[in-house]
Design a protein around this ligand. Sequence first.
Ligand SMILES: [Zn+2]
Length: 342
Amino acid sequence: MKAVRFHQHGTPDVLKYEDAPEPSIRPNEVLVRVRACALNHLDLWVRRGIPGVPIPLPHIPGSDVSGEIAQIGADVTTVRVGQNVVLAPGVTCGKCAACVSGQDNRCRQFTNLGYLIDGGCAEFVRVPEVNCMPYPENLTFEEAASIPLVFQTAWHMLLARAELQPGEDVLILGAGSGVGSAAIQIAKFFGARVIATAGSDEKLTKAKDLGADHLINHQTHKIREEVRRITNKRGVDVVFEHVGTATWDDSLASLGLGGRLVTCGATTGYDAKVDLRFLFSRQLSLLGSYMGTKSELHSVMRLVASGRFKPIVDRVFPLAEAAAAHAYLESGSQFGKVVLKV
Ligand SMILES: [Zn+2]
């Protein structure tokens, strides 16, 4: 089969469009003919190499997949050959206490498609049967592939971790990112007031179209000052963080009394300081969040199928141009998802 692989870590030019062996499936797995694979920042980290994470080489990246079932294993009963599917990115043991309690993103064997195992930047990918999600028939393959990772991540952050309540104020950083554009829709759906930030007025206009109530251009305005103005000095209830060093101080300073900061990533760096006086006297909560559960993704997919959530596709590249797609995502100029068409 054709696949995009890298044999060493590095810049986008390590990505090679080449022949690779077709995966063979186990009894509990399916083989999926990939039609679209959306990119995430995770793909960039995996390609560059992450200290302490032994990614097997050569490696096929890609976590967000839509396609058709091409083959099913002997024990597979819930999907059939020819059926369209969207895949849950998280692959887990399915047997441990975390998995059976529905908290499969806390499985000790948790990995993503395209992380420690081969992913969807190929004509075929193998996954466990339980990763097959119902296909929302109102979407194209490119749109469907844009949903899973960012929506399940944003859902887990806002609902499971930050316990967002109707009527609360939430500050969503990086509205132009995949996870930011998903978070705006989820927060609005659950009745929050959304303050969104982005680095250009063009991106902010799109954030407004998604339902954001207040907009902050972080290039021209200081986030914490705008938040104080918008909330009458109260601060927000929830900060949705995934940017890291560049925004951390503003994020903390934007929290009101009892505020919760939830973070799923640090695209600008891991270093952050906390003034413990603020942490205890303002009764703040700092919450880490990682991916989401399959159960949460099922909820997301139902809301996508009913048209409540919409995938935001910025640009589609052919699979053979994966290197150009990575470079484009790295440039940060997108609003929503960058997708490879297979
Ligand atoms: Zn498990």
